[in-house]
Design a protein around this ligand. Sequence first.
Ligand SMILES: Cc1ncc(COP(=O)(O)O)c(C=O)c1O
Length: 409
Amino acid sequence: MAFDFTPLLPAGLPPPAARWTGLPRFNFTGGNNDPDPLPVEGLMAAAQAVLAREGRTLSHYGLHSGPQGYRPLREFLAAKLKRDAAITATADDILLVSGSLQALDLVNGALLERGDTVIVERDNYQGTLTRLQRLGVTAVGIPLDAGGMRMDALEAVLKGLQARGVRPKFIYTIPTVQNPTGTILDVGRRETMLKLVGDYGVPIFEDDCYSDLIWSGERPPALYAMSKAQNVIHIGSFSKSVAPALRVGFIVAPWAVLSRILALKTDAGSGALEQMVLAEYCSGHFTAHVPALRAALKKKLDTLTEALDEQFGTAAEFDYPKGGIFLWVKLPDKVDTLKLAQAALKDGVAINPGPDWSTDAVHSKSRMRLCFASPSHAEIKEGIAVLADVCRREFGVPERSANIARRGT
Ligand SMILES: Cc1ncc(COP(=O)(O)O)c(C=O)c1O
């Protein structure tokens, strides 16, 4: 009989992981990327070049760059962040990590303890919400509108918490192509947020991993760049702009806090080969690669919105996102997307149900998040048709007569 580990497990562990049973036929879940624009040839050439030149430095844990990660990649990032996000940072202000998920763990580890409160956008990244829950931290959700987090609601919450003697540890925000809503906080709201956090003495944790994927190619300056008080921790990633499986993300922060975060990174460095290949590739090709990726993603979004219009008609409501890889869809109130997700999976369609992506179970009950980046155009069309059939079978919507195209965006 197999050894029983159960009595040895500490309290508070997450439930056991399910075994992987393969990819669903129509996969609208996760933050996966579009395989077609992935620059495989460019990465191969970069790997060849960088390994031929510097491969032997892999004999050292930190290459010859020290614990913050491969220096040429940090230098590339410092220049890119200056150009795109108006961030003034040097390679010494940047820590390379194993995806921005590790950045979340490290920043949380440095700042949070059980019983703390943080402020977040109400609809949010599941990876953030589950982490906060596991840490025993209360996440207060702020509603969003078409312009992102609502500043009137933020001010009211800050005021309410202060009245109760609660000082939130930080405001976690995805201001530039929010996950899942795809909204972008404009400069005016950014200024308001910075003014509010200044008044209430709360820092900002800015998660900016989708900021390269804005259809217009233009982004507002990062909160990190706009903050005079140096009260922002900024994180980003190559997952959405190049490839998620590379697992390369980064943290930009003032040394006073970066030094505390670095002290928590006890894994002897994140995968170095990926950092070397990215630096080699990005220095010559990033600026040409990203617009091609954006164009491919926008075409997929158009395929998805057309398929939803055709199959769901007015039963599927959404704001056309300004960039990114997700569409946040509202279905009629009677639809429970947790149940829809289970039923659809049996027919090969995987969706992310709203309640997994929100602090508000009621508001998100009939919402779902669809990733349009990884399925092919044909899979998007067929998958949405199957999803509409399942939804009609389970909830009676969309009615067949609802197939009215509404949007020409
Ligand atoms: C808002 C947000 N933050 C962080 C991550 C984690 O990304 P990665 O660890 O691949 O950089 C994701 C992934 O989807 C995300 O949507």
